[in-house]
Design a protein around this ligand. Structure first.
Ligand code: PGA
Length: 258
């Protein structure tokens, strides 16, 4: 069965518990229920519990923005996927902000991915090159290294539900998304890596998202790209009207591709 398209809201460190609750209530009212789109919200750890009580579960599922790779123990300040599993279906892993500001290494991201899978949480693995890497023609190498290392402990069964998000670092928090042609080439390459590692069947079972300055006006153009199954949205997901328009855009693009 064809998996639904996926739209993920990454609320990063933007909202406090109260503001999150206000946004969730607006989204509950505004976002229509579409069968061909799965919508996932990633609030801060602090808000996961309250949001889980507030969301309309027919319309939304939850994701963690990160997690620690050990399951339990003396790790002050950390939150494990075994703790998160009660609350979330998904977890964002290896976001470029984690790699950049928190020094997450390729190996750490591999361990987080395994921990996610071990705990029954579907990972959303973010990959993408920096501006400098693109300028130096290293995009393919960077994507290859990020994917091959991250997946190295997983079997083809483990990756059946995997979500990969192509997020060029230079397009995050920018004025506009990467151009469709650029996304197209990267998505092709990402899918090729998965095919090389696990074969055609595994490749066709994964979903690939695009993230980086998504706005309603760009949705149709991005969703037309072959091999794209949805969006990972930052800033625009903080505005309930814009986010709802993005979801509707993804829904409509799914209908026209059927
Ligand atoms: P942005 O963030 O939509 O604000 O560019 C995207 C992301 O970091 O996933």
């Amino acid at each position: 069965m064809k998996k639904p398209q996926l739209v993920v809201a990454n609320w990063k460190m933007y909202l406090n518990i109260h503001d999150t609750s206000v946004l969730v209530n607006r989204l509950n009212k505004k976002v229509p229920l579409y069968r061909n789109v799965e919508v996932v919200l990633a609030p801060s750890y602090l808000s996961l519990q309250p949001v889980s009580m507030e969301i309309d579960h027919r319309k939304f599922r939850l994701a963690a923005q990160d997690g620690y790779f050990k399951d339990e123990g003396a790790y002050t300040g950390a939150i494990s996927f075994s703790q998160l599993r009660e609350l979330v279906n998904y977890a964002i892993i290896g976001h470029s902000e984690r790699r950049r500001y928190f020094g997450e290494s390729l190996d750490e991201i591999r361990d987080k991915l395994s921990a996610c899978v071990r705990n029954g949480i579907t990972p959303i693995l973010c990959v993408g090159e920096t501006k400098q890497e693109r300028t130096q023609n290293e995009t393919k190498q960077v994507l290859h290294d990020q994917i091959v290392t991250a997946l190295s402990d997983l079997t083809s069964e483990d990756i059946e539900n995997l979500v990969l998000a192509y997020e060029p670092v230079w397009a995050i928090g920018a004025d506009e998304p990467a151009k469709p042609d650029t996304i197209d080439k990267a998505v092709d390459w990402i899918r090729y890596q998965v095919r090389e590692l696990y074969g055609q069947k595994a490749e066709s079972s994964i979903r690939v998202l695009y993230g980086g300055s998504d706005e309603p006006e760009y949705v149709a153009g991005i969703m037309e790209i072959p091999g794209i199954n949805g969006l990972l949205v930052g800033r625009a997901s903080l505005n309930f009207e814009e986010f709802s328009d993005i979801i509707t855009g993804v829904h409509l693009s799914g209908l026209s591709n059927e």
